[in-house]
Structures are given as structure tokens and as C-alpha cells.
Design a protein. Structure first.
Length: 603
């Protein structure tokens, strides 16, 4: 066996070690140690319901890369168009959705999350070795990044952000792009970099956008040293590949944005750029209840008193990341203070760029003033800072004595203990019961109603990113969509279009007119979330009973009830054939006169 082949075998064994360690840590953190636990969703509320619904859309071939996204089971009777907002991770949701046909939605989503952690650890190990890190430290960094606080915080709520495994490889490519050698077009290095660029374009655009920025900066740096052999072209081509891959994946969304059917209400508000901006203090200060350290009053003062809540807590780098950041900052300041000053470490320059772009009042907010508000959550760039600091930490030249392995293992153990969340087995049992109750309720509803029956969900909540109504959460109506085989729901169409305002208009009607309008539209039932009403909707349900439509079916947890309707055999669309009328005049929905659209009141 040649020396090079022997080195590759040893690296493969080290990568396998990273995989085993990350898998074990992940299973312990989420208490996934039994078949029943694996088939139970990690989270069954909030954004996790939306992500699982996207997985189902992929399973049913409604969410396909490059195409319009149309989900006929939602936004009844019209069907749901999901093309007003860019849908990220299409390739993952589509391929995983096909897998879920055999494995089920919840098991598949758990597997996708685990795979994202495993790939993150392996990719970090590969990047660290590419930068010349010793194996024990590359393994340590791979385990720490694969089990990082950021990935656990995102979890299935933001699985599009948790799938960040490619970022260490992006940093490696950026390092190549800035190097004197650059990335020659006809080289294996360029082929590998091009593959990473395509992968970045097919993943979350937050990560791809920053990768593209670094490539453009590298191209500019290469142009500056053009006469000394600089190669600006390859980095520019790679940035173009990132953009092209993203646009091809989102052709359906792009066609809507450039066409006459564009939804102006889908534009992000400018204020979100400050709300979700990166706050440097959150990089080093964990939210209360997280991490090994007890920050006491300092933590409480900040987390309880901050004005812009945003997504606070995700940016924390962990003890290893914080230590590396402090070390890196010290080295950078020391070099800057020397006479003559010495160049800063590249990682420090990269972090300075990220901060300048991402903080409140930074470059991203300037772009927002110009009208580009899509990159609202720049706090998500903290994971780039984590990768840069950990790579800086593991690529230092440490003594080659045998205890180096023990030190690396000790650092890994402390860092992982600081980062792992505390999930309890009883949480799995509680979630499993909720899922079973929802499945039972859906099966009973499908047995009671005809095939393809339409259900009007109340209270009316906008989608996506709607505002909760009392205790009814923004994505809670999706629970039954995940279990249904032949039901259609009024919830789930992109908000902001005048056509969908009929739901608010009908929901505000007195019970007799509400029932008449829905039956004329062909609805077979009303699904009422009692948590969205004062007194658990007793007044509303009493009015429906007085109108001859009593409660037909109760959810085992009694939070939802079904009121069966008698749909007309010749249903019509809510606005008829003329389309929505101006909101300033009285109009008809399914033949029932309604006043100008007004928010539905809680009864």
C-alpha cells in the first residue's frame, strides 16, 4: 500500500469516527433510542408543521425543483399556490418526500435532520484536513460542528437552515479562491469547487448569498494582483454557478415574480432587517437555560431587556466557538498593533465582513433601503462565523506529543456537553400521543365525510407567517393535512392576494349566513380550533347548533371540533366568475351578501 493510499484510509477511518460520534450524540440529545421514538416528530408545532407540510408536498409531487408549487389539498376550493415566497431546499424536500412514501413523514424528517448533522461533521473534517489540520483536531472540529448549538437550535423548525453541512466546504473553496494559486479552470480543484457552488445554490439562499459575496471579493482580490498571476475569472464563474443553480431551482417562483400575477404583499417589511439582524453579543452570550456556563444577571439583563427579539439564541457559538473567537480577535489586534502592522488572519477578515454586512445599520440594511429586503435574517450568518472560528482553532500548530489526542478529546467533550440540548423521554411520549389523537380524528372525519370533502378552518389565520389568534398558533391548521388522505382544507394559501379575502369576509358573518355561504361553496364541514376563541368557542358553536348544524365530532383532546355541513350538489366558487369586488362595496360570497371585508372577531 502506498503512503498516499494509507493516508486516505486513515482519513476515511477518522471520518467514520466523526460519523459515529455525531450519530451517538444526536440520538442521546433527542432521546431517539427506540423505533417508536424514531417515528415520532421531534417537534409537532410551530414551523415544524410547515416543514413537514413541505415534505408532504414533495411526497405528492407538488413541490418539484424548478416548477410552480401548487398544493390542491389546501386553500380550498381554489388550491394553494406557494409561489409568492421562494421555497428553499426543494431538492431535499422532493427526494425525501419520495422516501417518505415508504418510511412515513415523521421518520423521514428525523432522518433528514440526522443526516444534516452527520454530513456537517464529515464536511468539516474534510475542510479541516484540506487546510492542513492534524487528524485529531480535524476529528474534534467535525464532532463539535456536527453537534453544534446552531444546528440543534434550528432543528426541524428551520430544517432548511439546519441543513448547513456544506458550509465548511464553502469556506475551503473561498480559501482556494483567495490563494495565490487560485482555482485554475482546467483543474480538479475547479471541478470540486463547481460542485460545491451548485450544492450551495440548491440549499438555503442565506448561505449561498454569503458564499457568493466571498467569491466576488476573491475575484476582486485576484484582479488586483492580475499582473502577478492573479486569476479573477474562476471565482467569478463560481459565483455565477451559485446564482444560476438557485434560479434554476426556483424557476417557478421567479416566473411569478417577473409576471403580472406577482403578489406585492409578499415583500418583506424593512423593519425585519433590524429585528432579525445579527447581534454580536448573542455570539458569546447563550440564552438562559442553554450551555454549561451560568452567566447570571448579565444573561438575564440582556435576554429579558432586549428590544428586538428576533430569533435570539441561535447565534451562540458554544464554548469552543467563543474561545476560538476570543483567541482570533486577540491575534488580529496584536498583529494590527505591531509596527509595521502584520496582516490579519484570513478568518478574522471574513468575520469582519460578515459583521459589517449583518449587524443593525450594516450593509444589508443599506440594501434594504434600496428595496432589497429578502435577506432579513442576517443573524443566521452566525453559523459562518462558527465555521471560521472552529477552522481557525483546529488548524493551529499544536505540539505533536501524544497527549495532543487526549487534549483534543477533552476539548471535544466539554464543547459537546455545552451544546447538546436536554430532551426528555416524556416529551416523546407526549408528542406521540398528540400525533395519535390527530390521526384518529382525521380517520374519523374521513369516514364521516365524502371523498375530497372540503373543510373550512376557523379561526381564519394567514399563511405563511400568520399572526396567532389567542392560543391558536399560526400553523396549527396543518396538523390534519399531514394525516389526511382525501380531505381538502381552506387554510394554506399564500397570503396577500385579494381572491383569498373571501375567508375573512365569510368568517365574520353570523352563524346562519356563514353556514349558508359555506354550503353554497361546497364545503362539507367547519373545523373549529376552540383555542382561537374566548370561552372555547361556546358562543359560536351554540349559534351553529341553533342554525341546525351541531357539533358532529370532537377531537380526543377537545381542542378541535367538526361541524358537518350539507354542501349543495352544484357548488360555486366563493367570488363566482366575476372575481373579487372592491373592498369598499357590499358583495356576495357564494350567493350570500356580505359587508366589506373585515377581520373575523373572536366570539
Amino acid at each position: 500500500m502506498t503512503a498516499r493510499r494509507r493516508q486516505r484510509v486513515v482519513d476515511a477511518l477518522c471520518a467514520a469516527l466523526v460519523t459515529l460520534a455525531v450519530a451517538a450524540g444526536w440520538c442521546v440529545a433527542y432521546s431517539r433510542t427506540s423505533a417508536a421514538a424514531w417515528d415520532t416528530p421531534i417537534s409537532y408545532r410551530g414551523d415544524s408543521l410547515f416543514q413537514t407540510a413541505s415534505l408532504r408536498a414533495g411526497r405528492d409531487l407538488h413541490l418539484v425543483p424548478g416548477r410552480h408549487v401548487f398544493v390542491p389539498e389546501l386553500n380550498a376550493p381554489y388550491g394553494a399556490s406557494w409561489n409568492d415566497h421562494p421555497r428553499t431546499l426543494r431538492v431535499v424536500f422532493f427526494s425525501a418526500g419520495l422516501l417518505s412514501r415508504a418510511a412515513g413523514l415523521f421518520l423521514t424528517l428525523n432522518l433528514v435532520l440526522l443526516l444534516s448533522h452527520l454530513l456537517a461533521g464529515i464536511a468539516f473534517f474534510a475542510a479541516a484536513r484540506g487546510f492542513g489540520a492534524r487528524r485529531e483536531w480535524a476529528v474534534a472540529g467535525g464532532v463539535v460542528f456536527g453537534l453544534s448549538h446552531y444546528l440543534f437550535w434550528r432543528s426541524t423548525d428551520h430544517i432548511n437552515l439546519a441543513v448547513a453541512w456544506h458550509l465548511p466546504l464553502c469556506v475551503l473553496v473561498v480559501g482556494w479562491a483567495f490563494s495565490r494559486r487560485g482555482i485554475p479552470l482546467r483543474s480538479r480543484r475547479f471541478a470540486a469547487a463547481a460542485a460545491v457552488a451548485v450544492v450551495a445554490g440548491l440549499h438555503d439562499p442565506y448561505y449561498g448569498s454569503l458564499f457568493g459575496q466571498f467569491l466576488l471579493l476573491a475575484s476582486a482580490a485576484q484582479a488586483v494582483r492580475w499582473r502577478r498571476g492573479g486569476r479573477p475569472g474562476p471565482a467569478l464563474v463560481l459565483a455565477g454557478l451559485v446564482l444560476a443553480s438557485y434560479l434554476v431551482d426556483n424557476l417557478g417562483w421567479l416566473a411569478v415574480q417577473l409576471g403580472p400575477d406577482r403578489n406585492a404583499a409578499s415583500v418583506r417589511p424593512f423593519g425585519n432587517l433590524e429585528r432579525y439582524a445579527l447581534k454580536p453579543l448573542e455570539l458569546v452570550l447563550p440564552a438562559p437555560g442553554f450551555g454549561l456556563g451560568n452567566w447570571g444577571r448579565l444573561s438575564r439583563v440582556y435576554w429579558e431587556g432586549r428590544l428586538y427579539r428576533g430569533e435570539g439564541g441561535a447565534a451562540y457559538l458554544g464554548l469552543a466557538g467563543v474561545a476560538a473567537l476570543v483567541w482570533l480577535a486577540g491575534v488580529a489586534l496584536y498583529r494590527a498593533a505591531r509596527r509595521p502592522p502584520r496582516p490579519m488572519p484570513p478568518a478574522a477578515l471574513g468575520i469582519l465582513w460578515i459583521l459589517g454586512f449583518s449587524v443593525v445599520g450594516g450593509l444589508n440594511e443599506m440594501l434594504g433601503i434600496a428595496g432589497f429586503t429578502w435577506l432579513r435574517g442576517t443573524n443566521r450568518f452566525s453559523v459562518w462565523i462558527l465555521v471560521l472560528t472552529l477552522l481557525y482553532l483546529v488548524t493551529r500548530r499544536y505540539p505533536r506529543a501524544a497527549p495532543g489526542f487526549a487534549v483534543a478529546a477533552l476539548v471535544t467533550a466539554v464543547a459537546v456537553a455545552d451544546q447538546l440540548p436536554r430532551h426528555r423521554p416524556e416529551e416523546i411520549a407526549r408528542t406521540r400521543l398528540e400525533v395519535a389523537r390527530d390521526r384518529e380524528f382525521v380517520r374519523a372525519t374521513e369516514a364521516l365525510l365524502p371523498a375530497n370533502a372540503m373543510l373550512f378552518t376557523m379561526p381564519v389565520i394567514e399563511f405563511p407567517e400568520g399572526v396567532p389568534v389567542l392560543k391558536a398558533e399560526e400553523y396549527e391548521h396543518l396538523r390534519f393535512f399531514l394525516h389526511s388522505r382525501q380531505l381538502r382544507f381552506s387554510f394554506g394559501g399564500d397570503k396577500g392576494r385579494p381572491r383569498e379575502s373571501w375567508q375573512q369576509a365569510v368568517a365574520a358573518l353570523p352563524a346562519p349566513q356563514l353556514i349558508a355561504a359555506l354550503e353554497a361553496c361546497g364545503f362539507s364541514g367547519i373545523l373549529v380550533n376552540r383555542k382561537g376563541y374566548v370561552s372555547s368557542a361556546q358562543e359560536l358553536l351554540g349559534e351553529m347548533q341553533a342554525a341546525g348544524r351541531p357539533v358532529t365530532l370532537r377531537h380526543p383532546a377537545d381542542d378541535y371540533v367538526l361541524v358537518a355541513l350539507h354542501p349543495r350538489p352544484d357548488p360555486q366558487l366563493p367570488w363566482g366568475s366575476a372575481g373579487p369586488a372592491p373592498a369598499s362595496v357590499a358583495r356576495e360570497v357564494c350567493g350570500v351578501s356580505v359587508p366589506p371585508t373585515a377581520p373575523a372577531a373572536s366570539r
